[in-house]
Write a protein of this length. Sequence first.
Length: 353
Amino acid sequence: MRTRQQFTAALRGCAAMRTCAASAWLAAMPAAAQPAPGIAPLNYFLHAAGPAAAPTMHLGWMLTALAVAVSLLVATLLLVAIARRRPRADPAAVHPDSGGVAWIYIGTGVSSIVLLATLVYVLMTLETVAAPARQPNLTITVTAYDWWWKVTYSDSPDPARNFATANEIHIPVGEPVKIELQSADVIHAFWVPQLAGKTQTIPGQINEQWIEADRPGTYRGQCSQFCGAQHAHMAFEVVAQNAQDFDAWRLAQGQAAQPVSGATAAAGQKLFGERCAGCHTVRGTDALGVQAPDLTHLGSRRLLAAGALANTSANQLDWIQHAQRIKPDSLMPSIALSAADAAALSAYLSTLH
Ligand code: HEC
Ligand SMILES: [Cu+2]
């Protein structure tokens, strides 16, 4: 709610000018998803949280410093040139050649050496982040869809630890993790700025990426290849946990949904079977749809609809009834529900934790 008010206040100026259609759209938006603590724009430029990201961040700093230094140097030389302009009395005067050409040689030489050194540094950085220092023990498959991420854990010999979830990737801290990237439709790109560079997901091809987090925390990820109307609402989170917490999470996610008890939740489950099961899976039930996020442990996720909303009961109902307003063109239809149906569905969804 706070976010919406801040946005609305910030946009009041342009709304008054009647030039800003976005303000009306924002006013119609439900409470926006709050970023996890510590997440701010440009955060990735100031903080790297793992060995696949730190070298590129340092490279970014170095290139920025170099660009600033060159700009300052050029500005200074320009000022000197202005100060030493031709005498006003004789604007056509040409100075006798007093070593000016030497400066061209010096400038070209220094620029070439600096550019070459930069090239070497860039290649060394690429080499450093190309592969982790040791072989990853965990492989996660991430499949990009318009406009959400399917996250599949399938590399355990124990089938209870294999499952699919959506938009939230958990990893053990301090371990390199291999990410296999696929796309179900168009080209997207997987990017967790604080953990690694971006890698495209291309239909019909498997790309690879590795990420590693030095410390526990939540790291924002974002699709970084324009993929259609809701490209901006195609976020996800990487949650890095200590080994024990990660294992507990993985075991819990592998469980099927608990049988429901109570008439309202049972009515909600029936409704789910009729209206939602064609697209969504709830493991342990007849709902086996594969074209949409697995909802078996919906309640365990922090955000809803690829980062569009905070995951609360109210937002779940709002999303189900107004998906096309919240994410226009999304492949989830807006579903009209009577008050009784909404209550039943909500009771059922709250059992999926
Ligand atoms: C035509 C297929 C389709 C139907 C029918 C459908 N959904 Fe969805 N649903 C989707 C898709 C696709 C998404 C992902 C949308 C996105 O984030 O862009 C989604 C997302 C969701 C999410 C957010 C999941 C997450 O992890 O963030 C919830 C909750 C949800 N649907 C509930 C329902 C319920 C409840 C019903 C039935 C009343 C339903 N859906 C019917 C396709 C469908
Ligand atoms: Cu995308």
